[in-house]
Design a protein around this ligand. Structure first.
Ligand code: GLU
Length: 443
């Protein structure tokens, strides 16, 4: 059995970090098990689905590095849903209902007022042929409900453990609208069966759907897949994330200079108890992945934590993983020695430009104490330079000027780099090189 999972976004908006967490966990689950990862566009809602959102979703997944083995669009598979509908109809599981949304809402309120659960009363099922005809004559079109078996529905959830529902506590779900269009419920199961999905990993907002969908699997003659329902990511105050709150979209993360692999580490760790280990590749993340690590507590998205992790990821990022990107940033001197010298001072990769300028460009740096800098200039060692040069030089300057500590080092740092903080000067000095150092000391 090949482990097969899918991520099934509706292309009705941009992906946010909560969606990214779900797709990542699916992808890691497949990768860990040498399985298959399917991207499924749930685009049956023709009004709200937009090709530009589908494109944006693909772009986001590519940015995260999450390649899919297969892509399907529900809009290409409508005949499969029609066929499933006919199968269910032939079994007497589908029934026509004519209530308007207002009538349904009225029933719901009345049930609640009487202290009863708002379960659909199956009046559609009780209609006689004459009653149905009367509705049709009035110009009403039916929507279609699936008749649930009133029995126990149980599964062993990979995250929640044993889950139990009673069919009689659930409303018969509407599968098809008056205009013949599909609600999410049935097409999803038809796809999961046709595509051989073995594990459905999704948010816990789908737990009750799963109870219903298990009955579809059975009615369609298929074994239900395994299920894992993860708690949904919330914002820092515990509120729900929404596609409308722009700052949490993947697009905005990318624009803010968050590394894809940092986000992957962060989202993979959230809710798993793990906070220390950083993996520099998805393969390494996948190797360590275990869905059993995820608990039922609600994970919170904290941008500051993500930014801190982003910096940690950069601080020990191997050169070979960043080389092409440095080249694309048109930083001609950004070689391995330079990268090792400066990576520990980066919060965002963009910051590397600052240090590239410090090391290789003509800079106008401040000279706060001209006399001191002049004495230092006179003692500057001759080439060749290496990582002992800084020590040799500053010891000589200390002796000559009687300065030590901050008084000695800070003015030198400011004149050599233009910054109060930065990479170790012992490493930076040979990279900046004698001619440029001299130029800055003389300015
Ligand atoms: N399109 C559905 C959603 O966005 C998919 C749910 C599922 O994974 O089955 O919630």
């Amino acid at each position: 059995m090949t482990v097969t999972v899918r991520f099934a976004p509706s292309p009705t908006g941009l992906l946010h970090v909560g969606n990214a967490r779900m797709v990542l966990i699916n992808w890691l689950y497949a990768a860990h098990n040498q399985g298959k990862f399917i991207l499924r566009m749930d685009d049956t809602d023709l009004v709200r689905s937009k090709p530009e959102y589908a494109d944006a979703i693909e772009r986001d997944l590519q940015w995260l590095g999450l390649k899919w083995d297969e892509k399907v669009c529900q809009s290409d598979r409508l005949d499969r849903y029609d066929a499933a509908f006919e199968t269910l109809q032939a079994q007497g599981r589908m029934y026509a209902c004519y209530e308007t949304p207002e009538e349904l809402e009225f029933k719901r309120k009345r049930q609640l007022a009487r202290g009863r659960p708002p379960v659909y009363d199956r009046s559609g099922l009780a209609l006689t042929d004459e009653e149905r005809q009367k509705f049709e004559d009035e110009g009403r079109k039916p929507h279609w409900r699936f008749k649930l078996e009133h029995e126990a529905i149980e599964w062993k959830d990979l995250v929640r453990g044993d889950v139990h529902f009673q069919g009689e506590n659930l409303s018969d779900p509407v599968l098809r609208r008056e205009d013949g269009s599909w609600l999410y419920m049935l097409p999803s199961v038809v796809d999961d069966i046709d595509l051989g999905v073995t594990h459905v990993i999704r948010g816990e907002d789908h737990v009750a759907n799963t109870a219903v969908q298990i009955q579809f699997f059975k009615a369609l003659g298929a074994e239900p897949s395994a299920f894992a329902h993860l708690p949904l990511l919330t914002d820092i105050s515990g509120g729900g994330l929404s596609k409308r709150s722009g700052s949490i979209t993947l697009e905005s993360m990318r624009e803010a200079g968050i590394e894809a692999i940092a986000l992957n580490n962060f989202l993979g760790q959230l809710g798993s108890g793990e906070t220390e280990t950083i993996h520099h590749t998805l393969d390494a993340l996948a190797a360590d992945f275990d869905i059993a690590q995820y608990g039922r507590g609600t994970p919170k998205f904290d941008q500051h934590q993500l930014e801190a992790l982003n910096a940690r990821v950069l601080h020990d990022m191997p050169y070979e993983l960043v080389r092409d990107r440095l080249a694309a940033m048109e930083l001609p001197h950004a070689d391995e020695a330079f990268w090792f010298a400066v990576r520990g001072n980066l919060d965002k990769l963009e910051d590397v430009r600052t240090w590239h300028a410090v090391c290789f460009e003509t800079l106008d740096t401040p000279v706060d104490d001209a006399a001191f800098i002049e004495s230092a200039r006179k003692l500057l060692p001759d080439d060749p330079w290496d990582d002992t040069t800084w020590k040799t030089w500053t010891q000589a300057v200390a002796q000559e000027t009687d300065r030590k500590g901050k008084n000695l080092f800070l003015p030198l740092r400011r004149t050599l780099t233009g910054h109060d903080h930065g990479p170790e000067l012992k490493v930076l000095l040979p990279i900046i090189g004698r001619p440029r150092v001299l130029e800055r000391l003389q300015s």
